[in-house]
Write a protein that binds this ligand. Structure first.
Ligand SMILES: [Fe+2]
Ligand SMILES: [Fe+2]
Length: 191
């Protein structure tokens, strides 16, 4: 992110604004994964769960947007965030079992990151409030998507397909996360 791109934003907010913008971007792109699942998992139970899940993810994106607005800013465009980097390495899986596995991995990453942020010293009360609200939903998201992935793989006579996909995406997630930690360190240095 260059200084020009954020030049219309309030001074002194650089790192905070970037962090929330990246969170918002990950939530919006996560919504896109759920939207894709809505089109491939046609059974009634999945349709109900996915509708609620999609509503949660778009609300999460809104909560980060609101937090950014409270800072007197607008979201910074994010073109190299977590999901874009994952997509570059993993492609977009077509098979529903793999789409479900990828969803579990990105949800687990979000939860881990939000928890880590909650434990940071000096995090303000409003941000903690948002972090708690978004983390609250991730538990049921992970549980039902994982259950559905295993169920589907078994029903298709390939019981190990889901866990194999989880493993593959986990390796990719870790590589992407290491890159993003590097990016964050560069923000801290620029501050
Ligand atoms: Fe979320
Ligand atoms: Fe989620």
């Amino acid at each position: 992110m260059t200084a020009e791109q954020t030049s219309t934003q309030p001074e002194g907010l650089h790192q905070e604004l970037l962090t929330y913008s990246y969170y918002r971007d990950a939530e919006l792109r996560g919504s896109n994964l759920i939207y894709r699942l809505l089109r491939v998992l046609k059974d009634g139970e999945s349709q109900v769960l996915l509708s609620e899940h999609l509503a949660d993810e778009t609300r999460h994106a809104w909560l980060w947007t609101e937090r950014i607005r409270e800072l007197g800013a607008t979201p910074v465009p994010v073109t190299d965030g977590y999901q874009v980097r994952i997509g570059k390495r993993a492609g977009l899986p077509r098979h529903p079992v793999e789409l479900l596995a990828l969803t579990v991995i990105v949800e687990q990453r979000a939860l881990k990151r939000y928890k880590e942020h909650m434990n940071r010293e000096g995090t303000d009360e409003r941000t903690l409030e948002v972090l708690r609200a978004v983390s609250r939903d991730e538990g049921w998201h992970i549980d039902w998507v994982r259950r559905k992935g295993r169920e589907l793989a078994e029903a298709e006579g390939e019981p190990s397909r889901f866990d194999a996909a989880l493993e593959r995406f986990r390796v990719i997630d870790e590589a992407v996360w290491a890159e993003l930690e590097e990016v964050e360190r560069s923000w801290a240095e620029a501050n």
